[in-house]
Design a protein around this ligand. Structure first.
Ligand code: AGP
Length: 614
C-alpha cells in the first residue's frame, strides 16, 4: 500500500505532487508528506491524517519555499509505527540531505538498524523506511553519486519497495527503484513523473515506462535512464496509459462508491459484449490460452483470492461445479500459502484480484506456479504484477474503481467468472447445452434488471435509515447466495463499522441464533429456487426469536408477506445468476447506512485499496 509521486520539470512541483497524491489516497490515507527540492534547499512538510491536513499546512507556507520544480510525495498506510507526523514520509538521513519516500516493507530493517546506529545514525521514527534513508546516505558519502548509492544499498535490502529518492546536492535528479511494489515513470515534454499508479499522472501524460523488479531509474527533467540489477543501462518500452482522466470524477454523485454502484449495468454490458452474442452462439474468450488438450486434462480447480474477490470466487465454485462437474476449491490466499497445497500440472489455479497487487494472492500464485499448474488471472489491472504472472489473463475491464469498498469490480469479476464457467462447460465432453444456453440468456437480461433496482432506491434508503443505528447485523442465505451474504456483510462492516456477519442460513440454529432478539436485524436473501423454502424456514426460526427480518427476494407469496418487517423485491432471475442482482441491494444498503451515519464512505478507516503486504 502507500502511494508515491515524484515530479521533476518546469512547473511548481508541489501542485503536481499534491494532486497526484489525492488520486493515490485509495492506497492509504493515514498521513502524508512532500519534499520540495531546489538548489541546496529542501523543504519537507508532513501531516498526520488525510491529505487535506497536509494541504492546509502547505497553504500557509511562504511562496518561495514551495516554488521548487522538483520533489517527491507520499500518502501512507501505516505498517511500522503509528500514523503520526514523525512516522509520515519523506524520511531523511541525520543531516536531512538524503530524502526518501517508500511503498512496501523492508523486512530486514531490524538487522540493519544496529549497525547504522553504531555508525552514528540517529533514528527519529519507528518506520522501516528510515533504515533505507540512512543506508543510502552512507553509500552516498562513499560513492558521491546518488544512482550508485541507491544501486548499492538496494542489494542489502530484503522485502518490498518502490522508492523515490532525492539528495539536496543534486536536485536535478530523482532516483527511483522497485522490487515487488508498483512503480511507473510518466514521460512528459521537458518534465517527468514518478508514481505508484496511473491516476496520479494521467492528467499530465499518457506515456509511461513500467519499472520492473530490481530495476533502478535515474529520472531528470529531460531524460530517464533505467538500469538492471547488474547496473547495465537498459531500455524499457514506453507504453500508452489506458485511463481517461474522466474516470477520476464523481460525475455528480456524492461518493465514488455510489457512482460505481450505478455504473454496474454498463459494467455488465461491457463484460458480455464481445463474449456472448446470443444464447445459442458459442462463447468467445480469446484471452484464455488453454489448449483443447490441456482443457481435457483439468481435473481440479483452485480459486485463490482475498476479501470481495474471494466472495466472487465462492460464487465461481457453484457455477463451475454446476456447469462442468469439475471439483473447485476456494481458499483465502493467506491460508493457501505456507502449506503443502495439493496441485499439479492438471490443476487450474485461478487468482482473482481487482488490483492485481494483493501480496497474499501474489505469493499464493507464485506457490502454485512452482507446481506447474496453469495460472488464470482474473483482474481489473492488466498492467499489474499478477497479470504478468498469468498463463491466461481474463481482464475484467470494470474501469478504475476509486472507492475502497469494491462494488463494480465484484460485478465484473462475477460476470467474467460466469463467462469462464460457460467456456469450460462448452469444452467438456458432454456439455449440458440447455443449462448453458439458459444461463447465457439470463446474463443478457441482467443490465436491464440492474437498472430497475438502481432507478428506484427509495425503499432501500428507507430501510437503511431505519436500521442505521443497529449495533450488529446478520446476513443469511443458502447455496449460491451464501457468498452474497458474506459480501453484503463485508460491505456493511467496511464502510459503516457495524459488526455484520454472513452465515449459511442453515447454520443459524447451530449457534448464532443465541444472539437473536428484537435488537438484531437479520437480512435474508431468498431466491425462488431449490433452497427457497429452506431459507424461509430459517427466517421463521429467526422471527420466533423476535429478530427484525429484512427480506431480499424475487418472490413472496401472500402467506409469508407478514413474516418480514421489511422487504426489497428484486426482478425475476434464475437462481444461478441471482448473486449478480442481489448484491446491488446489499451494496446500496451498506452505502446508505454508512451515509446516514456520516462515515467516510470512500475512504473507510484503517483500510487501503491495494493490500500489498502479507
Ligand atoms: C473490498 O471491498 C475490500 N476493500 C477488500 O476486501 C478487497 O476485496 C481485498 O483486499 C482484495 O483486493 P484485490 O481484489 O485487489 O485483490
Amino acid at each position: 500500500m502507500c502511494g508515491i509521486v515524484g515530479y521533476i520539470g518546469k512547473k511548481r512541483a508541489v501542485d503536481i505532487i499534491l494532486k497526484g497524491l489525492s488520486h493515490l489516497e485509495y492506497r492509504g490515507y493515514d498521513s502524508a508528506g512532500v519534499a520540495l527540492v531546489s538548489t541546496d534547499a529542501a523543504h519537507i512538510y508532513k501531516a498526520s491524517g488525510k491529505l487535506n491536513n497536509l494541504k492546509e499546512i502547505i497553504c500557509l507556507e511562504n511562496k518561495e519555499n514551495i516554488s521548487a520544480t522538483a520533489g517527491i510525495g507520499h500518502t501512507r498506510w501505516a505498517t511500522h509505527g503509528l500514523p503520526t507526523e514523525t512516522n509520515a514520509h519523506p524520511h531523511t538521513c541525520n543531516c536531512g540531505s538524503l530524502i526518501i519516500v517508500h511503498n512496501g516493507i523492508i523486512e530486514n530493517y531490524k538487522d540493519l538498524k544496529p549497525e547504522l546506529e553504531k555508525k552514528g545514525c540517529n533514528f527519529k521514527s519507528q518506520t522501516d523506511t528510515e533504515v533505507a534513508a540512512h543506508l543510502i546516505a552512507h553509500e552516498f558519502e562513499e560513492k558521491k553519486d546518488l544512482l550508485k548509492a541507491v544501486q548499492s544499498a538496494v542489494k542489502k535490502l530484503k522485502g518490498a519497495y518502490a522508492f523515490s529518492i532525492m539528495h539536496k546536492s543534486c536536485p536535478e535528479k530523482i532516483i527511483a527503484a522497485r522490487k515487488n511494489a508498483p512503480l511507473i515513470i510518466g514521460i512528459g515534454d521537458g518534465e517527468n513523473f514518478i508514481a505508484s499508479d496511473i491516476p496520479a499522472i494521467i492528467e499530465y501524460t499518457k506515456k509511461a515506462i513500467y519499472v520492473s523488479d530490481n530495476q533502478v531509474a535515474e529520472v531528470k527533467a529531460d531524460s530517464v535512464k533505467i538500469y538492471d540489477e547488474n547496473g547495465n543501462l537498459i531500455e524499457n518500452k514506453i507504453e500508452n496509459l489506458p485511463f481517461e482522466p474522466i474516470a477520476l470524477s464523481k460525475m455528480g454523485y456524492k461518493h465514488f462508491m455510489l457512482k460505481e454502484i450505478h455504473e454496474q449495468p454498463d459494467v455488465v454490458r461491457n463484460a458480455l459484449v464481445d463474449k456472448i452474442k446470443d444464447e445459442n452462439a458459442a462463447i468467445i474468450l480469446d484471452d484464455v490460452k488453454l489448449s483443447k488438450e490441456k482443457l481435457a486434462k483439468i481435473n481440479r480447480i483452485q480459486i485463490i483470492a482475498c476479501g470481495t474477490s474471494l466472495h466472487a470466487g465462492l460464487v465461481g465454485k457453484y457455477v463451475i461445479e454446476e456447469l462442468t462437474k469439475i471439483p473447485v476449491d476456494v481458499e483465502a490466499s493467506s491460508e493457501y500459502i505456507y502449506r503443502n497445497t495439493i496441485a499439479d500440472e492438471n490443476t487450474l489455479v485461478i487468482g482473482i484480484s481487482q488490483s492485481g497487487e494483493t501480496a497474499d494472492t501474489i505469493t499464493a500464485i507464485k506457490q502454485a506456479k512452482e507446481k506447474n499448474s496453469h495460472i488464470l488471472i482474473i483482474t481489473n489491472r492488466k498492467d499489474s504484477a499478477m497479470a504478468r504472472m498469468a498463463d491466461s489473463l481474463l481482464p475484467i475491464n470494470a474501469g478504475i474503481e476509486v472507492s475502497v469498498a469494491a462494488t463494480k469490480s465484484y460485478m465484473a469479476q462475477l460476470l467474467n467468472i460466469y463467462c469462464f464457467a460457460i467456456y469450460l462447460a462448452e469444452h467438456t465432453k458432454n456439455p449440458d447445452v440447455k443449462a448453458i444456453s439458459d444461463i447465457k440468456k439470463e446474463l443478457l437480461t441482467l443490465p436491464s434488471k440492474l437498472e430497475i433496482i438502481l432507478n428506484d432506491t427509495k425503499n432501500i434508503q428507507n430501510i437503511s435509515k431505519k436500521y442505521s443505528n443497529s449495533k450488529d447485523f446478520i446476513f443469511i442465505a443458502r447455496g449460491i447466495n451464501y457468498p452474497s451474504a458474506l459480501e453484503g456483510a463485508l460491505k456493511l462492516k467496511e464502510i459503516s463499522y457495524i459488526n455484520a456477519t454472513g452465515y449459511p442460513a442453515g447454520e443459524l440454529k447451530h449457534g448464532p441464533i443465541a444472539m437473536l432478539d428484537e435488537t438484531m436485524p437479520v437480512l435474508a436473501i431468498l431466491n425462488k429456487g431449490v433452497v427457497y423454502d429452506k431459507v424461509l424456514s430459517n427466517c421463521e426460526e429467526a422471527k420466533a426469536r423476535q429478530a427484525k427480518l429484512i427480506g431480499v427476494t424475487n418472490f413472496i407469496d401472500e402467506k409469508h408477506k407478514n413474516l418480514f418487517d421489511d422487504a426489497v423485491i428484486i426482478p425475476e432471475i434464475s437462481d444461478i445468476v441471482s448473486p449478480a442482482l442481489n448484491i446491488v441491494v446489499l451494496q446500496l444498503l451498506a452505502y446508505h447506512i454508512a451515509e446516514y451515519l456520516g462515515k467516510d464512505v470512500d475512504q473507510p478507516r484503517n483500510l487501503a485499496k491495494s493490500v500489498t503486504v502479507e
